[in-house]
Design a protein around this ligand. Sequence first.
Ligand SMILES: [Zn+2]
Length: 157
Amino acid sequence: MIHYQLRCADDHGFEAWFRDSATYDEQVANGDVECPYCGSTRVSRAPMAPFIASGRAAKADAPAPSDEQPTDIHHMTDQRAQEVAQQILDAVGKIRQYAEDNLEDVGKDFAEEARKIHYGEAEERGIRGQASDEEARELEEEGVEFFRLPGANRRDS
Ligand SMILES: [Zn+2]
């Protein structure tokens, strides 16, 4: 026996038992299933919303696919978080090293030079230097592309 939530054409909800789904199909097709409220034989199975919701909840509770590749920082162990932090610091160090080896140091004129390059008033080249928060904000507003390295200002202040 299977239990179905049914709904008639007038949106009356009711329940009924059938031997199996084929019997349900047959009885509905023959007009043997009547709405207990209005007698309509135009009935159909009601959407099973509660089951969709429970399915979704079950999915959310599923374990993460792999502990090796955390996608959410909250799932990291302290040690893993420290490793990631160290990798970021290493990467920043490499970028700074690259900048020191390859980019022209314009020091405190960074904002002015970056702006000149942006507007084509100076030769297009890679530069590095220092900028104040206000200068950096102005460059951002003008759409000048630059990168900011964490702690890069510390050395000169
Ligand atoms: Zn009805």
